[in-house]
Design a protein around this ligand. Sequence first.
Ligand SMILES: [Zn+2]
Ligand SMILES: [Zn+2]
Length: 336
Amino acid sequence: MTTSSDVIEDAPKANDDTQLPPATLGGEKKGSLEQFALLLFIVVPFLALGAAVPMVWGWGVSWLDLGLLVFFYFFACHGVTIGYHRYFTHGSFKAKRPLRIALAVAGSMAVEGPLVRWVADHRKHHKFSDAEGDPHSPWRYGETVPALMKGLWWAHIGWMFDEERTPQEKYAPDLIKDRTIRAISRQFIWWTVLSLALPALIGGLVTMSWWGAFTGFFWGSLVRVALLHHVTWSINSICHAVGKRPFKSRDRSGNVWWLAVLSCGESWHNLHHADPTSARHGVERGQIDSSARIIRWCEMFGWAYDVRWPSRSRIDSRRNAGEGGSRRGKEPAEAA
Ligand SMILES: [Zn+2]
Ligand SMILES: [Zn+2]
C-alpha cells in the first residue's frame, strides 16, 4: 500500500502566509474566454491531424516536414515528461539552475498549459488517484461499460473544461516562490507562440519559400501538438483503464507497452503510481524509457544530481504479492 507520504513530500507546504502573485493568468475559476481558447487549442490541431493523413498521400509533406514533426514532438514531449512531470511535480532529481529553466521552457512548448497549473493538477491526481478528488479519473462515473466510456472521455479531454481549478498555493507553493519559474508559467502564451512559430520559421528558411513555411507549420506545429496532446491525455485515460498492474498501487494505473515510445516512457504508469518519485518508470528489462535515458545523460554532464534511481530491492518491494500482472486494484484509495 502506498502511503500518502510519497505525495506530501512532493508538495512542500507553504511555511509563510506572504501572498505571492498567481503563477498563471486569470483567477481560481476558468473564464468563458479561456474556455473558448482551450477549445480552439484542442480542436484546431485535432482537425489538422485529421487532414494530415490525406495529405501524406499527395504532395503536402517533405522529409523536412517530417523531421520538424519528429524533432519538435520529442523535444516538447521530453520537456513535459522530464521537466513538468518527473522534475517539477515529483522532484525525482535535482537540477542546476540553467537546466531547471530549460526544462520549464521546453515543457511549456508542449502547449499543455502553464507549468504551475500542470504541476498542481498532477499532484492532486496522485493524492486522490482514481478516488473522489482526482481531477481526471476514468472511473469517475462508475464501473459499468457506459460509465467507463463516459469516464474515458472525461479523463482524456472533458476534465480540462471543468470550471474548478486546483488551488496552486496549496499544491505548488514551492514553484510559486521561485520568481523565474513563476514568470515562465505566467508567460505561457509566449512559449506557445514560440513553439508554433519555430517549425514554420525553419521550414521557410530552409526552403526559402512561403509554402515551406506553411507545411512546416502544418506538420511541425499543428499535427505535432495534436499528436502530443492525445498521447499525453492517453496517460490519464488509457493508462488508468487498461494495462498490466504488476506493482502495488492504490489506484488502477496500468503499464501500457504500446505507448512507451510515443509517451517517452510515461506509459509504465503502474510503476509510476507505485513509486512516484522514481526517475525511471520503465524499470524492467526491455521497457523503453527515453526520459530516464536523458536524465542519465544530464547526470553524466553534471547538470542533474541526486537522481532517485530505483534500486532492485526497492522495485521488488513494490511488486504485487501474486504478480498476476493484470489484477485490478479494487480497493478504494486511502484518505490522504
Ligand atoms: Zn496517473
Ligand atoms: Zn506523476
